[in-house]
Design a protein around this ligand. Structure first.
Ligand SMILES: Nc1ncnc2c1ncn2[C@@H]1O[C@H](COP(=O)(O)OP(=O)(O)OP(=O)(O)O)[C@@H](O)[C@H]1O
Ligand SMILES: [Mg+2]
Length: 261
C-alpha cells in the first residue's frame, strides 16, 4: 500500500515566556492509503500540534512531511487540496445557518453556486443534517455541531481526513453514526483517516493501526492486537492497560505501594 502521509523528524518548538516547549520532537510516521490511523497519547502529547502541521496551519520548526505526495514546505496548497481537517474545537460562525455554512464552504473551494448548493444538500444527507439546514449554527447541540464540522471538512472530497477528537461530547448513538461514516469513507471512497481520540474503545473498534505519542514523539505503534501482546502482556489485555504501560502511567508496582498505617 502506498504511503499517503509520511513524516521524517517532524518537530515543533514553541517559544514561550518561560522557555521553549518541544511540543513535537523527531516524529517519524507513515500512514498508508485507505488506512484508519488512531493517533493516541496523553493530554499535551503533541497530537493537535502534529495535526495542525500536517494540515499546514502551523509551520514545523524541524523535519519534513508529505501529504498525498505534496510536500508541506513547498506545496502547502496541494496539501490543503488533498486534506480535510476537523479541529479539536469547531470553528463555525454561530450566526449563520447550517445551509449557509455548507454553501460558503463549497464556494471557498471554488464550486460554482449551484454546485455548492447541491453539495451542501448531499453532505447534509450524509451527515444527517437535512432537518437542520435552516437552523443557526449557534443553536445546534454539541453533536449536531460536530456533524456540521465534519460535513464542512468533506466538502471537497479530500483524500485524507484529519479528525481531532471528533466524538468528544457525542451521545452513544451519534458516536456509532460517526464510526459508520468513517468506515464508509474508507470503504467506499478509499479515504485515509487520521484520527485522535481519548476513547480507547473507539480506537480499538475503528483503527486499523495505532500510533501512541508521548512527550511529542512516537512511543509505540502497531495494530491494537500487536500492541496488546507487546505491552499489555497478552491478547486479552485491555487497551487501557496497554496504553498505560506504553506511556508509563500504569499502576505502581505492588512493592512500591504506600503502606497503610
Ligand atoms: N501555541 C502554543 N504555545 C505554546 N505551547 C503550546 C502551544 N500549542 C501547544 N502548546 C504546548 O504543546 C504541547 C502539546 O500540545 P497539543 O495541543 O499538541 O497536545 P495534545 O496531544 O493535542 O493534547 P490533548 O489531548 O490535551 O488535546 C503542550 O505542552 C501544549 O501546552
Ligand atoms: Mg489536542
Amino acid at each position: 500500500m502506498p504511503a499517503v502521509i509520511s513524516t521524517a523528524g517532524l518537530a515543533r518548538t514553541f517559544r514561550t515566556k518561560t522557555g521553549p516547549v518541544d511540543a513535537v520532537r523527531d516524529l517519524d510516521l507513515t500512514v498508508h492509503e485507505g488506512e484508519i490511523l488512531g493517533f493516541l497519547g496523553p493530554n499535551g502529547a503533541g497530537k493537535t500540534t502534529t495535526l495542525r502541521m500536517l494540515t499546514t496551519l502551523l509551520r514545523p520548526t524541524g523535519g519534513a512531511a508529505t501529504v498525498a505526495g505534496c510536500d508541506l514546505a513547498t506545496d502547502p496548497v496541494g496539501v490543503r487540496r488533498a486534506s480535510g481537517y476537523v479541529a479539536q474545537s469547531g470553528g463555525v460562525d454561530p450566526q449563520i445557518t447550517v445551509r449557509e455554512e455548507l454553501v460558503t464552504q463549497g464556494r471557498m473551494y471554488r464550486l460554482p453556486r449551484p454546485e455548492a448548493i447541491a453539495r451542501a444538500a448531499e453532505l447534509a444527507r450524509e451527515l444527517d443534517l437535512t432537518g437542520l439546514l435552516d437552523r443557526r449554527a449557534g443553536a445546534l447541540s454539541g453533536g449536531q455541531r460536530r456533524r456540521l464540522d465534519i460535513a464542512m471538512a468533506l466538502t471537497h472530497r479530500p483524500k485524507v481526513l484529519f479528525l481531532d477528537e471528533p466524538t468528544t461530547g457525542l451521545d452513544p448513538g451519534s458516536r456509532a453514526d460517526l464510526w459508520d461514516l468513517v468506515r464508509r469513507l474508507r470503504d467506499e471512497h478509499g479515504t485515509t483517516v487520521f484520527l485522535t481520540t481519548h476513547y480507547l474503545d473507539e480506537a480499538d473498534a475503528l483503527a486499523d493501526r495505532l500510533v501512541v505519542v508521548d512527550g511529542g514523539t512516537v512511543a509505540a505503534e502497531g495494530t491494537p492486537s500487536a500492541l496488546r501482546l507487546r505491552y499489555g502482556g497478552s491478547l486479552d489485555a485491555t487497551l487501557q492497560d496497554t496504553f498505560l504501560a506504553i506511556t508509563g502511567r500504569g499502576p505502581a508496582p505492588a512493592d512500591s505501594a504506600p503502606v497503610a498505617v
